[in-house]
Design a protein around this ligand. Structure first.
Ligand code: ZN
Length: 468
């Protein structure tokens, strides 16, 4: 904090914080408690974050996938370890969300944020604006995937944008298995890596991918080799030309069996979701807690074991006599859908039905680019275990075309663009356990309609009560 900065804030040093607290109280009543206060305060006092007194540990989490879950896991570990946490975990991950979280938890007189640790989710393209105002002690970067093409362009572009938001002196925590984001650590001392090496989570080496973002080395552009892959371009990689390869990890998920992950061959964790994407989230949270927050590994493992996040990302339900599970995915991105497909295929029952809804791509912008459908390994749904695939929403026929080209037998498909009629199909024509997947843009089109089908004989806990 500079003397000039302090002077500039001496008069309004209370006003920005008090205004934020007031707006947050009002905003929470109209559902805008996380972004509106920050938006207003940022306009009036654009530099007020610079004069806040933050704790030593300020951990930012960014990347294409897994931010929200990893932040939630981290907050749970920190709280279990007895640390006081300030986070934007339930709010906006753009600059205004960070302003709201920090200002509203600061003391108006001392400008001190009342926390032992600050844990912030940040949109990967907003880091360059947010971290101009303060320097996080650590930035965890989960991965860089093709994501929201119409907004983000290609992932190499996002890599450059995020690079502008990484301050000197911040310690990076990187996914050792994702080559593009991992390359931020090249030549950067003190970087911490986490990974997943469990043999059970490795892909069948014969699996064909819809696309391969791991084909070429992100450092020198030559062909890259893999010892194994976990999902798409995530795996154990090596460029024989320049030597860029999966670095040594501080911590890793070394085993995944019987619904449990084992970290460092020692710590057993029963995860809420058993798939390759969640294994990466667990590894990221464990490593960050231990290496950045100084939490004892046994405390971190205990906090993660059996932890069920209550954020609506997984909802168990009953419909037409079938049990099912809703899994929140992300349109315009392959990772969550590929992981949800893995979960469906590893279901212990003989038969499963998959429900896939694409009605609208985004709440924020109008787009009809469906190229991302071709990035997801939908051809895996040709597996005999998958008996029916119900496709719905405005883009149901685009989805059907994608599956048919991928070799999924036509007789498995039920194409019903109308969402109400789709629900009747789910109730009447499903076989076995149901996996329903869609994006947050479309999730309530399914979850709200589900309420009409609730079986009065079922308890509340089976009607969507269990959430991630
Ligand atoms: Zn190379």
């Amino acid at each position: 904090m500079t003397g000039e900065g302090h002077k500039a804030f001496s008069e309004e040093s209370m006003l920005d914080i008090l205004t934020c607290k007031l707006l947050r109280a009002i905003g929470s009543k109209i559902g805008r408690g996380s972004s509106l206060p920050g938006l207003v305060c940022k306009k009036i006092w654009p530099k007020s974050l610079r004069t806040l007194k933050l704790p030593d540990k300020v951990i930012a989490v960014t990347g294409s996938n897994g931010k929200t879950s990893t932040v939630a896991l981290l907050c749970n570990i920190a709280e279990k370890a007895g640390l006081k946490v300030v986070s934007n975990r339930e709010g906006s991950n753009q600059t205004e969300g960070v302003v709201t979280a920090l200002l509203s938890s600061a003391d108006p007189r001392t400008r001190k944020v009342d926390a032992d640790v600050v844990i912030l989710e940040s949109d990967e393209r907003f880091c360059q604006y947010t971290f101009r105002e303060f320097t996080p002690s650590h930035i965890l970067i989960t991965n860089l995937f093709r994501d929201q093409l119409t907004r983000n362009g290609h992932r190499e572009f996002v890599k450059g944008e995020l690079q502008k938001g990484i301050p000197d002196g911040t310690v990076l925590i990187l996914n050792a298995n994702e080559p593009l984001s991992c390359s931020y650590g090249s030549g950067r001392e003190g970087t911490v890596y986490y990974g997943v090496s469990a043999p059970e989570l490795r892909e069948d080496p014969g699996l064909e991918h819809a696309y391969d973002d791991g084909a070429y080395c992100p450092v020198c552009g030559r062909k890259m080799e893999y010892d194994f892959r976990i999902s798409g371009h995530v795996g154990s990689f090596e460029c024989r030309k320049c030597g860029y390869r999966t670095p040594r990890t501080a911590h890793s998920v070394t085993k995944a069996a019987n619904g449990k992950f084992v970290i460092d061959s020692t710590w057993e964790i029963r995860p809420q979701i058993f798939n390759e994407a969640y294994a990466q989230n667990i590894s990221a949270a464990f490593t960050t807690a231990v290496e950045a927050m100084g939490v004892d590994p046994s405390v971190a493992a205990e906090a993660l074991d059996g932890l069920e996040l209550d954020n609506g990302r997984v909802v168990e339900f009953r419909i037409g006599g079938h049990s099912g599970r809703f899994m929140l995915c992300k349109h315009e991105n392959s990772m969550a859908y590929n992981a949800a497909i893995s979960t469906a295929l590893s279901d212990p029952s003989e038969a499963v039905t998959v429900v896939f809804i694409v009605d609208r791509l985004s709440r924020k912008y109008v787009a009809n680019d469906m190229s991302w459908l071709w990035d997801i390994d939908f051809h895996r749904l040709a597996d005999d275990k998958v008996r029916k695939i119900i496709l719905s929403g405005g883009f149901a026929h685009d989805a059907a075309e994608r599956l048919l080209v991928g070799g999924v037998p036509e007789e498995k498909l039920i194409i019903e663009p109308d969402l109400d009629r789709m629900m009747d199909d789910v109730a009447e024509r499903s076989e076995g356990y149901i996996y329903a997947m869609t994006c947050f843009t479309d999730q309530y089109k399914f979850l709200d309609r589900l309420k009409k089908y609730s079986d009065p004989s079922e308890s509340d806990s089976k009607q969507g009560g269990k959430t991630e």
